[in-house]
Design a protein around this ligand. Sequence first.
Ligand SMILES: [Zn+2]
Length: 88
Amino acid sequence: MMADGPTPMNNQAQAQQQQEILVRKMLETAKPRSCKCGCQAYEQAIAIMEVSALDPNNPTGQQQHLNYPVLCCVKCQTVFDPMGKIAK
Ligand SMILES: [Zn+2]
């Protein structure tokens, strides 16, 4: 473990701390999102997104596979997809 020195926090650490404070504040009034099975806990999982070689956003000209983080209900494994990319 490194001791805390007098070094001032860099901007990234400061922004991260502000984000954590904001999240804690929002959690005071937020309600848990229930899965359709009633469970309120999720595990992290990774979906694989295919990017076509012909996709104008893909500069490589080859098919790409990108990691896309999603959440799975710990009980029934139903995927919660925050961006609505894969959930039906
Ligand atoms: Zn569920």
